[in-house]
Design a protein around this ligand. Sequence first.
Ligand SMILES: Cc1cc2nc3c(=O)[nH]c(=O)nc-3n(C[C@H](O)[C@H](O)[C@H](O)COP(=O)(O)OP(=O)(O)OC[C@H]3O[C@@H](n4cnc5c(N)ncnc54)[C@H](O)[C@@H]3O)c2cc1C
Length: 313
Amino acid sequence: MLRSTLLRISENEWCNGKLPRYGVVKRAVRRFMPGETLDDALDAAERMERNGIPTLITCLGENVADEAEANAVADHYVAAAGTVAARGLDAELSVKPTHLGLDLGIAVAERTIRRVTEAAEAMGNWVWLDMEYSRYVDPTLELYRSIRADHTKFGICLQAYLYRTPADLESLIPLGPGIRLVKGAYAEPPDVAIPEKPAVDQAFFDLAVRMLADDAQQTGMRAGFATHDAALIRRIEAWALGKGLDPGAYECQMLYGIAQEEQKRLARQDKLVRVLISYGEHWFPWYVRRLAERPANLGFVLRSFLPRRPSRD
Ligand SMILES: Cc1cc2nc3c(=O)[nH]c(=O)nc-3n(C[C@H](O)[C@H](O)[C@H](O)COP(=O)(O)OP(=O)(O)OC[C@H]3O[C@@H](n4cnc5c(N)ncnc54)[C@H](O)[C@@H]3O)c2cc1C
């Protein structure tokens, strides 16, 4: 109930326009993003890398409504790819198709995303396509297939909560793709996405096992499991160990500021773990989706409305 209310707020235009202006809301988002600028994100990436954790970076924004804006977002990512390389960071790029113009047609998004993948690949870097609402899955897969034909350092996100995902995964495996598996973050109707959480967790596990099967691994695919669910990560680890898989067969991906102990545990055990750092001015819908994932996070927001206790110093 609270989750669906929050997801409705994330889509509400009035809330998107007004709420991010409040200082308390701005302060609360700091838990999940180090700052609004690329430099904020790369400074955080540098700190994470010192602790043995490479990163992904993403500039927040979605559903741009004119081509000039989509081009400006692509320009930003092209420049970001250069800055990442100049700073010698292992920070891959993660982009949202609608931020790069998918609402304006697949041709616009293909032009902008190609530009970003070309620039990143020239620097030896990867680009990942995020997956948004279910209505975007077909065009996002089409974009992926077309660009992947020319660029190998290119991955895509698949959402375990969608009934269609096992078939989408089967269709992608022969490409030797990069796949980031997630549970799924958007409000979707029950005939499109599995509504019960335990069933989504099981679907995630089954898809992970499929991604680690011999025939899938032999295609050279890169498997990323993006979850903070420690029990699920351990279940996959145990399965992979039982099968005698190399620890480098897959990597875990998590969000900045979430499950930090689990991030450190994986890094300490020399497992592959990568953390996604978000930045940018248009963080409100993304931030409310994070609250919806764990409504207990609302406590942080509500506490920040309370007056601060006087310091004892
Ligand atoms: C790197 C990365 C990329 C992603 N890309 C996409 C994408 O492109 N498309 C998409 O639909 N979704 C994406 N997601 C979001 C994903 O779909 C889930 O909504 C999100 O990861 C929460 O689910 P979970 O797998 O962590 O499991 P859950 O079962 O929701 O959570 C497991 C545990 O993790 C902790 N946790 C989870 N979320 C939070 C939070 N917000 N705050 C505090 N603790 C939390 C809690 O302890 C919780 O008990 C991405 C997630 C990651 C990590």
